[in-house]
Design a protein around this ligand. Structure first.
Ligand code: FES
Length: 321
């Protein structure tokens, strides 16, 4: 992380099965950098020494704390398990200042759709929209009620009447979660924000396409990249435009690994094509996009790529570095 803030864990709460929240305050007691709804921070996870991104769930008007939620992920590469096992109240942590790739844009109506731990950025959005008196609805689906983080907080919030919860494994409980119905109810000019598992995001994006809702009205944020490898990777060359240096990226290497080994610094964070930190301009060559960060339009433009995971279809790529 290029810039870090020292924080202390003020509170750790069990929010749901396998999900904890952490309240972080500045170690020196000062105010924390302001953030906007949808922002995330990088957290340096102790012991396992990895950096992971977590969305901020608290009210963006607060400057005395950040609240994140962490789900214990069986497919974790160390991050979520490390937080659950090693982060306790009173502990110091290093984090980055907040960044936002999932900003609210002005709209007369907003539909928020959260799947599981995807609630975190949408909770901050709901608080902001309520404060700004924007018309919105929040639809939140989890497999069971036991896995629903922030349930009580939502029910007791000033916007509780705008919150609709669904449990996909308990069909006899609340109303059935139905993406098609949700999107049909989106008013003209309304914007949609979705965060959660890839399957939910893809369902929303596909339904929006079928309903001819303009792509710029659908905003999404992934937590994981399920499309990392096509399983048929091959080697290619990368060329650094400023120096003319060329490096071979073997089939089992990423561009960032090769660049780092050769002393070319590119900032990385998630290393799985989710956060956009490593996005770099491409001046020549055919990109094989593997990230979930860029939109279809941005991919088609073929002029930038996530160096941590994307590859080349052509024999070489020229990077704007
Ligand atoms: Fe996150 Fe590459 S480091 S997209």
């Amino acid at each position: 992380m290029s810039q870090t803030i020292n924080v202390m864990v003020q509170q750790r709460r069990q929010e749901a099965d396998g999900i904890i929240s952490l309240e972080l305050v500045a170690a020196n007691g000062a105010a924390l950098p302001a953030f906007t709804a949808g922002a995330h921070i990088d957290v340096h996870v102790p012991v396992v020494s990895v950096i992971r991104q977590y969305s901020l769930a608290n009210d963006p008007r607060e400057t005395d704390r950040y609240v994140i939620a962490v789900q214990q992920d069986p497919q974790s590469r160390g991050g979520s398990v490390g937080v659950h096992q090693y982060v306790q109240v009173g502990q110091s942590l290093q984090i980055s200042p907040p960044r936002n790739h999932f900003e609210l844009v002005a709209a007369p109506h907003v539909t928020l759709i959260a799947g599981g731990i995807g609630i975190t950025p949408l909770l901050a959005m709901a608080r902001q929209l309520a404060a700004d008196q924007v018309d919105f609805s929040l639809h939140y689906v989890t497999r069971t009620k036991q896995r629903m983080a922030f349930y009580d907080e939502l029910q007791q919030s000033e916007f509780a009447d705008k919150v609709h919860v669904y449990h996909s494994d308990e069909p006899n409980g609340e109303t059935e979660f139905n993406v098609a119905q949700l999107l049909q109810a989106v008013p003209q000019q309304g914007h949609v924000y979705v965060c959660g598992p890839s399957s939910l995001i893809e369902a929303v994006v596909q339904q929006a396409e079928a309903d001819q809702i303009a792509a710029e009205r659908i905003h999404r944020e992934y937590f994981h990249n399920d499309q990392l490898s096509s399983g048929a990777d091959s080697a290619f060359q990368v060329r650094i435009a400023s120096s003319g240096a060329e490096f071979l990226v073997e089939a089992d290497q990423s561009i960032t690994q090769v660049l780092e080994a050769n002393g070319v610094f590119v900032p990385v964070s998630c290393e799985e094509g989710v956060c956009g930190t490593c996005l770099t301009g491409v001046l020549d060559g055919d990109i094989d996009h593997r990230d979930v960060y860029l939109t279809e339009e941005e991919r088609a433009a073929n002029n930038q790529m996530a160096l941590c995971c994307s590859r080349a279809r052509s024999a070489s790529l020229t990077l704007d570095l």
